[in-house]
Design a protein around this ligand. Sequence first.
Ligand SMILES: NC(=O)c1ccc[n+]([C@@H]2O[C@H](COP(=O)([O-])OP(=O)(O)OC[C@H]3O[C@@H](n4cnc5c(N)ncnc54)[C@H](OP(=O)(O)O)[C@@H]3O)[C@@H](O)[C@H]2O)c1
Length: 301
Amino acid sequence: MESVSKRTHKSRDPKYTKILLTGGTGQVGRELQSTLRSLGNLWAPSRDEFDLAKPQSLRDKVQSYRPDLIINSAAFTDVDKIESEPALAQAVNAEALEVLAEEAHKLNIPLIHYSTDYVFDGAKAEPYTEEDIPNPINVYGNTKLAGERALQANHDRYLILRTSWVFSNKGRNFLTTMLRLFQEREEISVVEDQLGAPTSALFLAEATAQILGHLRTKDESENRWGLYHLTPSGRTSWHGFAQEILKRAIDHKQLMIKEIHPIPTSAYPTPARRPKNSSLDTSKLVREFQIELPRWERGLL
Ligand SMILES: NC(=O)c1ccc[n+]([C@@H]2O[C@H](COP(=O)([O-])OP(=O)(O)OC[C@H]3O[C@@H](n4cnc5c(N)ncnc54)[C@H](OP(=O)(O)O)[C@@H]3O)[C@@H](O)[C@H]2O)c1
């Protein structure tokens, strides 16, 4: 099993009352802002104030705010664009993590970080466990894996929560794209041979809050740091995801769509390759934090 703290802390974690949240304008960050607000002071700086593309500029900012918890939900997530911007992605997704990890270590505070199913190549038939060896097949996956490793090498009080196929009701994501296309077109084609668990940003924020609750109250909290897979249960294809969105949308929206055609990945070429199997085995998280994981469909609309 993955994990665990190399150092022993005698006291329990204090209440986290001064939280630094990066990526507060993103899908997950927006939900975290409302979910975590009740815990205490939340500082969610904008990209201008706290730019992960300039990792060394972050040190003084962390040390002058002196948070008692850092949650990093910021990332360069445009998988296709990143293929042509690898240096920027490496700075944001990996080098900034090294700096945040070092600063969190100096302050002896936990750092919670999100990572991705795209660290795997997708060749495995079953869901991936935390012990499976990553082998990214695109630049985004490579930079996210480098970020995980930078965090693990420089800090011990961390959680890496790998998740997949994140969507929310706002911004540009698969759900909002499908809803728009359903109103504009009679037919669309959607990939059917990539499998994963669509994960709502709200679910991720609420699960994060629940995990934090456990870390604060359980005696063995120090042994729970490490790498976890966090998605809802069940899995589907992008085509299955689109069909489920249509089922929910049909009652309360004026739609043009008549047909969603299933197509193979080969019929939808993109700059970045995607893993065929993105399913993550979540049993470690369920076991350690006693979190009930709903079916992915529950997060929709
Ligand atoms: N989206 C997915 O399908 C998916 C799947 C698996 C894992 N994840 C992981 O889940 C986490 C959250 O993803 P998400 O979907 O919420 O991402 P998102 O919606 O794309 O939001 C990304 C956030 O990062 C910020 N950001 C980007 N570059 C930055 C920089 N240079 N400095 C500071 N902030 C910067 C963005 O700020 P601006 O508003 O200024 O752009 C935004 O707040 C990430 O770690 C991601 O890798 C996502």
